[in-house]
Design a protein around this ligand. Structure first.
Ligand code: ADP
Length: 489
């Protein structure tokens, strides 16, 4: 029997991406397909999505129209996400705006985000639950707070009480919760019963992610370690109690990577493709990267960083460590965008070390590929990291990850300590705590390992041999869907 799943998210590669969520949502349909799951993905109709589906606002098959969805005309249209079905919520009043998915061009959150994503959740609940004359889905799988109202609508205000699908709520990052004032509650179209500790109410306001966590049949997060960490107030960010109360419904399933897109043997963006047996060719990618960043060739390692420039990612500590990195003969090529103070700290470090430190501010997917192919080591000093994809891409590309021991970083990188080196299993460098001293010693360790070429090559190869493709994780999601269905029957 095929299980039908509606996967609901605010981003999906290749249509719209601001972070790892988009990679995961884009890869999931193919990951679960071999396990008897037919997945349809649903995203909002941002301009980039409408352009990418190539139909313009007038085309695309309309499967449902709303004269007014939370105050705006809207329709659901079908398209394709790769080989898989896609449904787009075309609601120009909510989504046809320039800027990011969540913020205006100046970086300020859209003031009506609550209404935009409540509408998205309502429409997803209607589509999955038989409110659109389409066959209902077996499962609705919601990703992050932007989709989290869908399970809440199915629980408190289903379109058709006879067809309420089981629901999965996946936390890709608990730091983003979708918290709004109590004043929005009457406009959500929910019954009074939803205003409760076990409904949408959260510290006197409305918590979208909280509502999804309370309503969902199962909760998942994107690594086993993060699943355990978020029970702790330090990582749970206020939601630890909600999760603890539902602990037996929480599963940690590590993200996979899309090896069709991230494969150094067939990557169209890189200068010289290479693989495990042709690792020597990688030097051409390194030279190309040095040229691209205006870096002088040198004997030390070429570090790279590809990251949002935020406190979560530990990027605030990076500028102060760069004198040490350059002093050891290291170089850095960094690509990122984010907080202005971090950007200016990085520019100042680059000015102190011309030819050694190169900074690119912005978002550039092809460049991210070239950096994974050309860098010797990648810095990922996150304060918390639900899964992390950059270190997984790095492992696949032989770019040795230097990571904080947290969340998915701890689950996916094996530290090159004496025991792991002796056992031949090391794939990277881990360190504890995000501060100057921790980073300083991690960089020193990396440089020392780099100067042992045989050992370094073994670490690179070990990483490249790891299987972080979607095989196991796709099976884990499919297994969860099947369990939820059997619970219902
Ligand atoms: P998060 O989703 O928290 O930002 P992840 O490591 O899970 O972190 O995913 C980050 C994704 O975004 C990776 O695919 C990474 O390559 C990409 N990325 C981050 N910053 C940039 C950038 N400035 N340009 C291109 N890609 C980027």
């Amino acid at each position: 029997m095929t299980i039908s799943v509606l996967s609901v998210a605010s981003e999906a590669v290749p249509l719209i991406k601001t972070g790892g969520l988009a990679d995961v949502v884009g890869a999931l349909p193919a990951a679960v397909a071999p396990h008897g799951v037919a997945m349809t993905t649903m995203v909002p109709g941002y301009p980039a999505v409408m352009r990418a589906i190539g139909k313009g606002a007038g085309k695309g098959r309309t499967i449902h129209s709303y004269p007014s969805l939370m105050g705006e005309p809207a329709r659901l249209i079908t398209a394709k996400l790769g080989d898989h079905p896609l449904v787009v919520l075309d609601a120009p009043g909510f989504f046809a705006r320039e800027g990011g998915p969540y913020a205006d061009p100046a970086g300020h959150d859209w003031a009506d985000n609550w209404r935009r994503f409540a509408a998205f959740g309502r429409a997803a609940a209607d589509l999955a639950g038989g409110g659109t004359k389409r066959r209902p889905f077996d499962i609705l799988h919601a990703h992050d707070w932007q989709a989290a109202m869908a399970p809440a609508y199915l629980r408190f205000a289903p379109s058709d009480a006879a067809h309420i699908p089981a629901t999965v709520m996946t936390i890709h990052n608990i730091a983003f919760q979708g918290y709004f004032g109590a004043g929005i509650f009457p406009q959500l179209g929910l019954p009074d019963a939803a205003w409760s500790m076990h409904g949408v109410e959260y510290h006197g306001g409305v918590g979208f992610l909280k509502a999804g966590l309370e309503a969902a049949s199962a909760i998942t997060t994107v690594s086993p370690r993060y699943a355990a960490e978020i029970l702790d107030p330090h990582y749970g960010m206020g939601l630890q109690g909600v999760i603890l109360a539902r602990e037996n419904r929480v599963h940690g399933i590590v993200n996979g990577i899309d090896t069709m897109i991230w494969n150094p043997e067939s990557d169209p963006y890189i200068a010289a493709p290479y693989g495990l047996r042709t690792l020597d060719r990688r030097i051409a990618d390194k030279r190309a990267l040095e040229t691209e960043f205006g870096l002088e060739p040198g004997d030390g390692p070429l570090f790279v960083a590809i990251s949002r420039l935020t406190w979560q990612k530990g990027m605030d500590v990076l500028p102060e460590i760069l004198d040490h990195l350059a002093g050891l003969g290291g170089r850095l090529a960094l690509l990122g965008a984010g907080e202005a103070a971090i950007e200016s700290g990085l520019h100042a470090a680059a000015a102190r070390h011309p030819g050694r430190i190169g900074i690119r501010i912005g978002y550039d997917e092809p460049l991210a590929h070239r950096m994974q192919a050309g860098g010797d080591a990648i810095l990922v000093p996150s304060r918390f990291e639900p899964c992390g994809l950059t270190q997984l891409y790095a492992l696949a590309y032989g770019c040795v990850p230097v990571v904080a021991r947290t969340g998915g970083l701890a689950d996916t990188v094996i530290d090159a300590n004496i025991a792991a080196i002796a056992a031949g299993t090391a794939t990277g460098i881990q360190f504890d705590g995000i501060d100057y001293h921790a980073l300083r010693s991690a960089i020193s360790r990396t440089v020392a390992l780099y100067h042992q070429p045989d050992l370094w090559r073994t670490i690179q190869r070990n990483g490249m041999k790891c299987d972080f493709s979607w095989g196991r994780s796709g099976a884990a999601y499919a297994g969860l869907y099947a369990r939820l269905l059997s619970e219902k029957s």
